[in-house]
Design a protein around this ligand. Structure first.
Ligand code: HEM
Length: 261
């Protein structure tokens, strides 16, 4: 079927583009995505309850249990995130850092056209992440790393859990007493002065954890709105691709596909 670009509407042209199925997201990337989704959801829910524990009148035992649960989910989250970091070097072409992080040859002009398409409410389909999407995904991953690092430190300072729990317990322990006797929310098991010092040390870490939590909520909201909007506008397969790994793309995007491969 031949098209006259002067008389055809955008939707006709869209319909005329022959589609080909591209295997975009490999199994590891999909698994990372959904494990990450579940962990972050769990961390946000439990973290929010911890944040409002005072208002909810949760007793100390309950707070300790919630924090331990939060840290256990946090370990799973961190293992998954670390594996994704490594996968960015060895995964398929779309999972590599070169295809995820902003930058590279022709990135700026591709970004400008990506922004123009979004502003004109006509987002172009992309095999991997769109140039704008790369910025969003990078910010999300950065926020997740900051949250992971601050969280693992807090796990040591607050509930004395690994990997730094022993170090912080030694710091705050009553002199000449076994640091393994240090317990969360038990002032009688710590030295008041060193405990105050340790709390001062941890103060910017908890502030970072809290601010990044707010940033993450905003980024996740933007991510979900963007994905759902593209899915609805383009009647596309951006969400199902995270389950099946496959995207149906216009043939003329082959060059993008091949440049990524
Ligand atoms: C997406 C990831 C995460 C989110 C959204 C999140 C969210 C939160 C929130 C909202 C709080 C309450 C902050 C407050 O009470 O001021 C919190 C506390 C805490 N988080 Fe996370 N967190 C995440 C990851 C982690 C990880 C990976 C760990 C450790 C492995 C962790 C360890 C902790 C600890 C120990 C606390 C208690 C701190 C305290 O109250 O003193 N978090 N988190």
């Amino acid at each position: 079927m031949r098209f006259n670009p002067m008389t055809s509407r955008a939707s006709d042209i869209d319909n005329a583009r022959t589609e080909s199925v591209v295997h975009v997201w490999d199994r590891t990337t999909r698994l990372f995505h959904w494990v990450n989704f579940l962990c972050v959801l769990g961390l946000i829910c439990v973290g929010t309850v911890i944040l409002y524990a005072g208002d909810l009148a949760i007793p100390n035992d309950g707070k300790i249990a919630l924090k331990r649960l939060h840290v256990w989910i946090g370990y799973a989250f961190l293992v998954n995130l670390t594996w994704r970091l490594i996968w960015g070097f060895i995964g398929n072409a779309y999972a590599r850092w070169s295809a995820v992080l902003p930058g590279g040859k022709g990135y700026v002009s591709a970004l400008k056209s990506s922004i123009r398409n979004v502003l004109s409410r006509d987002p172009e389909p992309h095999a991997g992440h769109s140039p704008l999407g790369r910025i969003a995904v990078t910010l999300l991953l950065l926020a997740l790393f900051v949250q992971g690092i601050s969280g693992i430190l807090l796990a040591g300072t607050d509930v004395f859990m690994p990997p730094f729990g022993d170090y912080f317990a030694e710091w705050v322990a009553t002199p000449n007493k076994d640091p393994s006797l240090v317990q969360p929310y038990a002032p009688e098991t710590v030295n008041e002065v060193s405990y105050a010092e340790m709390r001062e040390f941890r103060s910017p870490i908890i502030a970072t954890h809290l601010n990044t939590y707010y940033a993450l909520l905003a980024l996740i909201l933007i991510h979900v709105i963007a994905v759902v909007t593209i899915e609805i506008r383009k009647g596309g397969n951006i969400i199902s691709a995270m389950f099946s790994g496959r995207k149906s793309l216009p043939e003329d995007l082959r060059s993008e596909k091949e440049s990524v491969n």
